[in-house]
Design a binder for this molecule. Structure first.
Ligand code: TRP
Length: 448
C-alpha cells in the first residue's frame, strides 16, 4: 500500500539543508567533540579531524546525498533499487543497525541535557562541597531512575516529531531552533574567553603537541568523530536526500552542512576549554566533560541561570533534530519493508530503541562494574558504532559510488557534471577515502 502513495518530500531546498544541518549539529559538536578532543590531545586531534572532514567527510556526504536522491528510498531500499541482487545492500543493513545503537545511547546523553535544562529552570544544579559541579553530575547519572526518566522523555519528543512527518515535523523545527543555538554558543564562547583559562585553552586547541600525531588512537578517534558529527556512514543523509526532488543542486548543500558543522564544533571548543582550564577540570574527564564544565560558566555569569536554561534548552533541541534523523533512518526502512504506517513505525521503533538504551544509562550506576572491552556500556556502544560501524559504512558507500556506479552516472547524479572537481570527487571515492579509512583501521589494530 505505502509503495503506491507518493513519497513525502521536503517543502523547499532550504528546508532540506536546514534539516541536514540539524542532523549534523547536535550533541556531537558540543558534548562528544569536546570530550573526545579533550581525551585525544586537543590541537593534534583537531587538525586530523579537519583533514578527515575535508578529505573523507565531504566526498562521502555527497555520495550519500546522490544515492538518496537517485533512489528515492530508505537506506536498504536505496542499495536494492540501484544495485539489485548485489552485496552493497549490506551497507544498508549496517546503517539500520547503527541507527539503533547510536540513538540508544544518544538518548541517554540527550536526557542528561534535558535534566540540566529543567535544573536551570528551577534554580540551577547545586555545586558539591568542594565547590565543583562534578559531584552533582556523578550523583545524577548514577541514580537508576532519574536519567531513565529523562531519556524516556527525549525519546518521546523525538518520536513525536518523526510521527509528524517530514514537512510538518522535522523541517519546521529545524528552521526555528538552529539559528538560536548558533547565536547562543557564540555569545558563550566570547564570555568564556574572559574567564582566565583562555590562554591555556587556545594553546590546547590550536597549538599541537606533535607527539600526539604518532598515536594511532588519535586518528581513529578523529575519523569516528568526523563520521559521527556529519551524521555520515549509516544512511541518515541517504534517507534525507531521498526526500529531495530531482532538481536541486547537491554540492553547495554538502559544503554548507560540513562547514557549519565544523564551525559549531570549533566554537563549542572555544566555549568549553577556557572553563575547563580556569576551573582546573581535567580535559580528559570523559563524557561528563561539558556537564561538569558548563555549570561553572553559568555560576560565574550575571544572569547565569537564564543562560544555563537557554543553553541546555537549545542543546536539547539540537539533540532532538539529530535524534530525529537517526530514528528516521530506521522508520523509513520499516515503513517500506513491512508496510507499516509512519505513526506505527515511529512508536514501535522508538520504544525499542529506548529499551536498548537502558543498559547504557544504568552503566553509570547500578551496572557500573560492567565493562565491554575495558569500556563502560555507553562508551562501548559509542565506540562500536562511531569508530567501527560508521567508517565501515562510509567505506562501502564510497566504494559503491566510486566503483559500483558508472562514472558518468555518478557525475550526473551528484550535479557535479563533467567538471574537474567532479572527477576529483570520483577519484577520492575510489581511492583516497577507502585507502585512508583502511589505513586508520589497520593502524588502530596495530597491523600497520
Ligand atoms: N551528527 C549528530 C551529532 O553530531 C548525531 C547524529 C545524527 C548521527 N544522525 C546521525 C551520527 C547519523 C551518526 C549517524 O550530534
Amino acid at each position: 500500500m505505502s509503495a503506491l502513495k507518493t513519497r513525502e518530500q521536503w517543502g523547499s531546498k532550504l528546508g532540506f539543508i536546514l534539516a541536514a544541518m540539524g542532523s549534523a549539529v547536535g550533541l556531537g559538536n558540543i558534548w562528544r567533540f569536546s570530550y573526545v578532543a579533550g581525551e585525544s590531545g586537543g590541537a593534534a586531534f583537531l587538525l586530523i579531524y579537519i583533514a578527515c572532514i575535508i578529505a573523507i567527510g565531504i566526498p562521502i556526504l555527497m555520495a550519500e546525498f546522490s544515492i538518496g536522491r537517485r533512489a528515492q528510498s530508505d537506506v536498504v531500499g536505496s542499495f536494492e533499487t540501484i544495485a539489485p541482487g548485489k552485496p552493497w545492500v549490506l551497507a544498508g543493513f549496517l546503517g539500520v543497525a547503527s541507527a539503533f545503537i547510536i540513538l540508544s545511547f544518544y538518548g541517554v546523553i540527550a536526557g542528561w541535557s534535558l535534566h540540566y535544562f529543567l535544573q536551570y529552570f528551577t534554580g540551577g544544579p547545586a555545586a558539591g562541597e568542594a565547590g565543583g559541579y562534578g559531584d552533582y553530575f556523578v550523583n545524577f547519572i548514577s541514580s537508576p531512575i532519574q536519567p531513565l526518566f529523562w531519556q524516556f522523555l527525549f525519546m518521546a519528543l523525538t518520536i513525536a516529531i518523526v510521527y509528524g512527518g517530514i514537512k510538518k515535523g522535522i523541517e519546521m523545527w529545524n528552521k526555528i531552533l538552529m539559528p538560536a543555538l548558533a547565536i547562543l554558543v557564540i555569545g558563550l564562547a566570547i564570555y568564556s574567553l574572559t574567564l582566565g583559562g583562555a590562554g591555556e585553552a587556545m594553546s590546547f586547541l590550536f597549538s599541537p603537541d606533535w607527539s600526539a600525531f604518532s598515536d594511532p588512537a588519535v586518528y581513529l578517534a578523529a575519523l569516528g568523530q568526523a563520521f559521527f558529527s556529519l551524521s555520515l556512514g549509516m544512511g541518515a543523509l541517504i534517507t534525507y536526500g531521498s526526500y529531495l526532488s530531482k532538481k536541486e543542486t547537491l554540492p553547495s548543500a554538502a559544503v554548507s552542512v560540513a562547514s557549519l558543522d565544523t564551525l559549531f564544533a570549533i566554537i563549542a571548543g572555544i566555549m568549553i576549554f577556557p572553563v575547563v582550564f580556569a576551573f582546573g577540570i581535567s580535559p580528559d574527564s570523559g563524557p561528563g566533560l561539558v556537564f561538569i564544565a558548563l555549570p561553572e560558566i553559568f555560576a560565574e555569569m550575571n544572569g547565569g541561570l537564564i543562560f544555563g536554561f537557554l543553553f541546555f534548552f537549545l542543546l536539547s533541541a539540537a539533540a532532538i533534530t539529530s535524534g530525529v534523523s537517526l530514528l528516521e533512518v530506521a522508520v523509513a526502512y520499516f515503513m517500506r519493508r513491512f508496510e507499516w504506517s509512519r505513526k506505527k513505525a515511529a512508536v514501535i521503533i522508538g520504544t525499542i530503541i529506548f529499551l536498548i538504551g537502558i543498559p547504557s544509562s544504568l552503566g553509570n550506576g547500578v551496572l557500573n562494574n560492567v565493562r565491554i572491552g575495558g569500556l563502560e556500556i555507553l562508551d562501548a556502544a559509542d565506540f562500536l558504532a562511531s569508530n567501527i560501524f560508521l567508517p565501515l559504512g562510509g567505506l562501502m558507500i564510497a566504494l559503491f559510488v566510486g566503483w559500483g556506479w558508472k562514472k558518468t552516472d555518478a557525475l550526473r547524479e551528484s550535479d557535479f557534471g563533467d567538471t574537474t572537481i567532479g572527477h576529483l570527487w570520483v577519484f577520492v571515492l575510489r581511492f583516497i577515502a577507502p585507502v585512508m579509512i583502511m589505513l586508520v583501521f589497520l593502524n588502530a589494530i596495530g597491523i600497520f
